[in-house]
Design a protein around this ligand. Structure first.
Ligand code: NAI
Ligand code: 15L
Length: 275
């Protein structure tokens, strides 16, 4: 993928959490123009630093002191680490809930002024697919994972109001190489459009706490980004080019959550811990 946008002055050091994950591996490459040094972190092992423009640090987000050390010396944080699917509350608690608190506390103590938070469409997953939402629509999380992202967004608002740390929370739809099912025809976010959105989130001045939905220029998107217009996000890709391939899959039954709810199957996960 090539990024054709004007590359702005690189940050001295950007921190990317979740660097060993699906998106982290992509962003490790596409974020290079924006940082003299990219600090890559995950709890899982990562490929070693390729050159002096990369640093790799293994860190558990649930470990406050380790996160404090991780954040020292960075100019901005792209927070992508944590549990990325629906799990029990106990599994979500450390990585996502304590983790996001540790990130903001470390940002405050080290004077980091900008965070980009990988939030999720699952903060609004219990809305039905015939509804159009904007950033002011009340949240309707579809599980503990969505609740943890909702908490992360509240954390971002608090740290802006109290300490002036700015955040762009990106409610990512479905960011994969291509849409995998009919629902993702609406929610798909290409890696190129994600990278463009991250660039806007890093460089746009005075964002306060901005919430933006992360979807490509798909034919029928459920989300209206009017309250994030100042970011100037203009997605270029569309899921339409995959329509024939996706629609060759069997149609799920009419009562399948993937046809009813914006969050799809996540709304039906759990309960956990009854066994
Ligand atoms: P992923 O699951 O592939 O990557 C998440 C990474 O976080 C993993 O490498 C994992 O090892 C790491 N992690 C988990 N627990 C950790 C801990 N305690 N300490 C440090 N690192 C830990 O997920 P993916 O798809 O790359 O997503 C990245 C971020 O974007 C996640 O926060 C996810 O919630 C969010 N997101 C992704 C979407 C997508 O379509 N890919 C959609 C919406 C949100
Ligand atoms: C998410 O938040 C997940 O991290 C990702 O794996 C997908 O399930 C995505 O949402 C989605 O809703 O398609």
């Amino acid at each position: 993928m090539t990024n054709t946008r004007t590359v702005q002055t690189p940050f001295n050091r950007l921190l990317l959490t979740g660097a060993a994950g699906g998106l982290g591996k992509v962003l490790r490459e596409t974020l290079k123009p924006y940082a003299k040094v990219l600090r890559l972190s995950d709890i899982a092992p990562m490929a070693c630093a390729a050159d002096s423009r990369e640093e790799t640090i293994v860190c558990d987000l649930a470990d406050k002191q380790a996160v404090h050390q991780l954040v020292e010396g960075v100019d901005a944080i792209l927070h992508f680490g944590g549990v990325s699917v629906e799990r029990s509350f106990e599994e979500i608690l450390g990585p996502n809930i304590s983790g996001v608190f540790h990130i903001y506390e470390a940002a405050r103590r080290h004077g980091v002024k900008r965070v980009v938070f990988a939030s999720s469409n699952h903060v609004i997953g219990f809305y039905q697919q015939d509804q159009t939402l904007d950033a002011r629509s009340p949240r309707r999380p579809d599980g503990y994972y969505g609740l943890s992202k909702s908490y992360g967004e509240d954390m971002a608002t608090f740290y802006f109001d109290r300490y002036g740390i700015e955040t762009v929370s990106i409610r990512i739809g479905s960011s994969f190489p291509e849409p995998q099912n009919r629902r993702m025809m609406h929610t798909w976010l290409s890696f190129a459009d994600l990278t463009q959105l991250l660039e806007r989130a890093l460089y746009t001045p005075n964002v306060g706490h901005t919430v933006v939905y992360g979807a490509s220029n798909n034919l029928n998107v459920w989300w209206d980004n009017r309250y994030a217009a100042h970011l100037g996000f203009a997605p270029k890709d569309t899921s339409e080019i995959y329509r024939d391939k996706v629609e060759a899959q069997p149609m799920p039954p009419a009562d399948d959550p993937s046809r009813i709810y914006q969050g799809g199957a996540f709304v039906a996960a759990g309960p956990f811990g009854d066994e």
